[in-house]
Design a protein around this ligand. Structure first.
Ligand SMILES: CC(C)(COP(=O)(O)OP(=O)(O)OC[C@H]1O[C@@H](n2cnc3c(N)ncnc32)[C@H](O)[C@@H]1OP(=O)(O)O)[C@@H](O)C(=O)NCCC(=O)NCCS
Length: 343
């Protein structure tokens, strides 16, 4: 039986730490450390330098994951890159990562196929499902699955944007998903979406329904008003839907696997807001020792939150082979997903 399992993981966050107080003092954001910590659990986040994009952030994470998987980069059959903050509207970040990993150079070039996934905070769980399908069909032995984001260049640091600006941070996590004949790996998944709420958490800077994808001034130059340049979000509604859909997805995937929550050793929740995750944990009766978090130090890194959790939990020994693990995410779209893996 051909299964797909996570054979290696890696994490990279840029070195620059931005605390809540830095948002106030350096960026002039009309907020406070107390407000952000109380409403979200975030203490600090990382911001990447100007000139750095998600593909570059993903290089170190990918190299670590490849090394941990015990393979060579030339063994990668496919790159799947999940991001909502790509360098370009097109092409995607996956091809840029392939080039940066040296997969297009010289005699060792593999010209590996690269697929970008646009499922925002659920991108990693969606990507895992695609990787599992590729491996199960015999189409790949090793898939490099990345979640990488650079939010810091898209934040509105005025009072208008403070609810969003206080949440997001930069970083990248990567895993290698590999084929195995062992009785382990990704067992079940449950994905969903509800496009009725597409505009509830959205960035509308590029809209091809218009005569030009940007509004134009009288000289034909693009004009981008703030509500199109920056993410718009109805925080309260996102919060409510996140709790409902993540609960539903987790219960659904448990039912499909014939298990209950108590059979799960470790829960990797998307890191959008500590309160969302506490709410979910309370409702499902999940004890704190079965949860790992990174929202306090990285904020919401969207597609990168779960692979960052995986890499750090593997590194500190909290995530070990033999464990039953649940991964659950919710994000813009709305999209959501849950997966169960025997590590
Ligand atoms: C964004 C979020 C923290 C806001 O918390 P909230 O309790 O819902 O707050 P509200 O949006 O109702 O705003 C309450 C007040 O706080 C203010 N506020 C918003 N952000 C603030 C900030 N960073 N600092 C200080 N005040 C802030 C609002 O302007 C509002 O002020 P008003 O009452 O004078 O109008 C919360 O809604 C949330 O986390 N939602 C989920 C968002 C999310 O996870 N998105 C990603 C999904 S993947």
């Amino acid at each position: 039986m051909r299964n797909a399992y996570i054979s290696g993981s890696g994490a990279y966050v840029p070195p620059r730490v931005v605390t809540n107080n830095d948002l106030v003092n350096e960026y002039g954001l009309d907020t406070s450390d107390e407000w952000i910590q109380k409403r979200t659990g975030i203490k600090e986040r990382r911001y990447a330098a100007v000139g750095v994009g998600p593909a570059e952030l993903a290089v170190v994470a990918s190299e670590q994951a490849i090394e941990a998987a015990g393979i060579d980069k030339s063994d990668i059959d496919m790159i799947i890159f999940a991001t909502l903050s790509p360098e370009y509207a097109f092409p995607g970040s996956g091809v840029l990562l392939a080039e940066k990993l040296g997969l297009c150079d010289g005699t060792g070039a593999t010209f590996v196929p690269a697929l970008d996934i646009r499922n925002q905070c659920s991108g990693f769980v969606y990507g895992l499902t695609v990787a599992k399908g590729l491996i199960a069909s015999g189409g790949a032995e090793h898939v490099l699955l990345v979640g990488g984001e650079k939010h810091s260049s898209g934040l509105d640091f005025t009072t208008r944007g403070r609810a969003v600006a206080s949440l997001f941070g930069d970083g990248a996590g990567a895993v290698v998903v590999s084929a195995t004949d062992e009785d382990r790996g990704i067992r079940a998944h449950k994905l969903g979406s509800d496009g009725r709420y597409a505009e509830m958490l959205c960035q509308q800077v590029w809209d091809c329904r218009r005569s030009h994808f940007f509004n134009l001034d009288e000289n034909g130059n693009g004009v981008v008003p703030p509500d199109e340049m920056y993410t718009t979000m109805d925080g309260r509604k996102v919060f409510r839907h996140a709790v409902e859909r993540m609960t539903e997805a987790l219960m659904g995937v448990c039912m499909e696997s014939g298990i209950t929550g108590t059979d799960i050793d470790l829960f990797l929740f998307h890191q959008a807001n500590m309160r969302i995750n506490e709410y979910l944990a309370n409702m499902m009766g999940i004890p704190p020792e079965k949860l790992v978090h990174n929202i306090d130090k990285y904020g919401n890194t969207t597609a990168a939150t779960i692979p960052l959790l995986i890499a750090e939990a593997e590194r500190d020994g909290r995530l070990k082979p033999g464990m039953k693990v649940a991964m659950i995410a919710f994000g813009s779209g709305f999209t959501w997903g849950a997966a169960i893996a025997d590590w």
